[in-house]
Ligand binder design. Structure first.
Ligand SMILES: [Ca+2]
Ligand SMILES: [Ca+2]
Ligand SMILES: [Ca+2]
Ligand SMILES: [Ca+2]
Ligand SMILES: [Zn+2]
Length: 401
């Protein structure tokens, strides 16, 4: 088992050290052995069908269901590449390059305490960089510095405030596995746009719940690599996250870091926040005081709300209707006060659309009270069907002076 783990780690490190950024959006993994150096990882068949290790991930466990959820969410991608569950492994052991794609949980040790999971593929041993196998190891030694100290920081919780991104102490296991499943298909780390293959979980949120999603960039990459599926559905999404920065990982690869979207005044200056919000640092202390930005506004003020609109579906461009609301809570729905309706055309081009919309703070709001601005999007064309509408709504906090 130790030898196996060392081999996987070496592969992960070698990959990371030699890959370089090549473009402004999704990137494809390249092989690095002397016999296949520079060739792009590609699959013989367009299906990834892993088995789950029953020893470390028992059937029916929360981790088992999280992996099934990740496979299901990735399988909604609009390309011909399919993600299917291959059942439980038959106890013939878990190993790289053994002819079986396997998902397991292992303690990768202190050197990998900042890595939530690793993926390795037999494409590395192929003269043509052809993949027939991809193993995913979920690390039980993921120990970012937030308390509780020296505990694993991957969570199956469905509650938003458990997550790093919302002041908590954990990464979403579902989103983490989705990222590895992106590697399985051949997608490499991407540092130029908001995307699944970056350094943060890719999430939308409404109320106290969150939705892991594949996003426009990874969906665009899969279509380019595997073609668009004739049976694909649409999926637009709305998020209060945007592309923020690049982060060089210890192993040499570069991630994108995601920041919250903002609210500006009519001169495009970012409004002041009620408390000093800082972008979530996974290695920093937990954030109890100001886990999310809350912007100070006045009655009747024109403000510009920034949000990210993505198209990860079959059709491009798609027309969407965006309905903007004022809400008494952080859950945006049709019962809230509608303050504006706009129509946009959203392209699926690997560059998520982050832009602002002018809203007027209603004069009827009550001073010193917390409110939320929010938006719900839906496809304008009634004949187009979405694979997921739970990722179509989100909020931004405001307080009226
Ligand atoms: Ca096996
Ligand atoms: Ca294997
Ligand atoms: Ca509401
Ligand atoms: Ca959607
Ligand atoms: Zn990765």
């Amino acid at each position: 088992m130790v030898i196996l783990v060392n081999r996987i780690i070496r592969l992960a490190l070698v990959f990371s050290l030699l890959h370089t950024a090549e473009s402004s959006a999704w990137e494809q993994i390249r092989c690095i052995a002397p016999m296949n150096k520079g060739l792009k990882k590609h699959w013989k068949t367009m299906v990834y069908k892993p088995v789950i290790d029953p020893v470390t991930i028992p059937e029916g466990s929360p981790q088992y269901f999280a992996i099934l959820e990740a496979l299901d969410r990735m399988n909604r991608n609009p390309s011909n590449f399919r993600y299917e569950f291959g059942g439980m492994d038959n106890n013939d052991g878990i190993a790289a390059n053994n002819g079986e794609s396997e998902i397991s949980m292992q303690d990768l040790g202190p050197d990998f305490s900042k890595n939530s999971a690793v993926e390795s593929s037999d494409s590395d041993y192929s003269p043509t960089c052809t993949a027939t196998e991809s193993d995913i190891v979920i690390n039980t030694h993921y120990r970012m510095n937030r308390p509780p100290n020296d505990s694993n920081k991957l969570s199956v919780s469905k509650t938003k405030n458990q997550l790093f991104a919302y002041g908590g102490s954990y990464a979403s296991l579902v989103s983490t596995v989705m990222h590895e499943l992106g590697h399985s298909a051949g997608l490499h780390h991407e540092c130029d746009v908001l995307n699944l293959m970056g350094g943060n979980n890719l999430l939308t949120a409404n109320g106290n719940e969150f939705e892991p999603y594949i996003g426009e960039d990874a969906a665009t990459g899969l279509i380019t690599l595997f073609g668009r599926s004739v049976s694909a559905l649409e999926d637009v999404s709305l998020s209060h996250w945007r592309y923020g920065d690049k982060l060089a990982a210890k192993d040499g690869s570069i991630f994108s870091i995601h920041h919250r979207t903002r609210v500006f005044d009519s001169n495009k200056n970012e409004l002041k926040t009620v408390c000093p919000y800082i972008n979530s640092d996974l290695d920093g202390p937990p954030i109890s005081n100001c886990p999310e930005p809350v912007y100070r506004v006045v009655k009747g003020q024109p403000v510009n709300i920034e949000l990210t609109y993505e198209n990860a579906g079959k059709t491009t461009p798609v027309s969407i209707e965006a309905r903007y609301y004022l809400s008494n809570d952080n859950k945006i729905d049709q019962s809230d006060t509608l303050i504006k309706t706009r129509t946009y055309s959203i392209k699926r081009d690997g560059k998520p659309s982050t832009f602002t919309t002018t809203l007027i703070i209603p004069k009827a709001v009550i001073s010193s009270r917390d409110y939320w601005l929010g938006c719900v999007i839906k496809l304008s064309q009634k004949n187009l069907i979405e694979s997921n509408e739970a990722d179509n709504r989100t909020y931004v906090g405001i307080k009226v002076d």
